[in-house]
Design a protein around this ligand. Structure first.
Ligand SMILES: C[S@@+](CC[C@H](N)C(=O)[O-])C[C@H]1O[C@@H](n2cnc3c(N)ncnc32)[C@H](O)[C@@H]1O
Length: 138
């Protein structure tokens, strides 16, 4: 059983983990959507946050750039609670898609966002053909 599957069996652990991830993303998102990073988003019409957790980062981008269509691609067990968050209602350019990045095709996007500590070779091979990869690492 994977770490993620094991965690899915412990709702309180899930809440703590994804809450912590979201808190970190709030900080990083403040920089990413500030004027200093505007250039990164030039020409980007669609963005996929791969393993985007509860959507904090994608939502910040969707709010700052209403013309960018943002998708959070996450494990199916994380999506239902995430997409129902009240803060995301009224963000027409934000959607969630459940899937496993190692088993399924990552949806197409002009830009992919992936927050990891180190790259898994499988992930790199999937990203090779893409135009942009925005990386944020804690
Ligand atoms: C380090 S957390 C980062 C979460 C989010 N990007 C953030 O910054 O808050 C890694 C994320 O990848 C997701 N994840 C792990 N394995 C995955 C897979 N095979 N396919 C899709 N998402 C996956 C986890 O559910 C988790 O939300």
């Amino acid at each position: 059983m994977s770490f993620w599957d094991a965690m899915a069996r412990e709702p309180s652990l899930m809440q703590t983990f994804y809450g912590a991830m979201s808190g970190d993303s709030k900080l990083v998102a403040r920089v990413l959507v500030s004027d200093c990073c505007k250039e990164l988003f030039r020409g980007v019409g669609s963005l996929v946050d791969v393993g985007g957790g509860t959507g904090t980062m994608a939502a910040a981008i969707a709010r700052a750039y209403p013309d960018i269509n943002c998708t959070v691609f996450e494990l199916p067990q994380v999506v239902p609670d995430s997409q129902d968050q009240e803060a995301f209602i009224g963000l027409p350019n934000l959607q969630f898609l459940g899937g496993n990045m190692f088993q399924e095709n990552i949806p197409h996007g002009d830009a992919l966002l992936l927050k990891v500590r180190k790259f898994h070779p499988l992930v790199i091979s999937k990203f090779n053909h893409l135009r942009y990869v925005l990386i944020s690492s804690t």
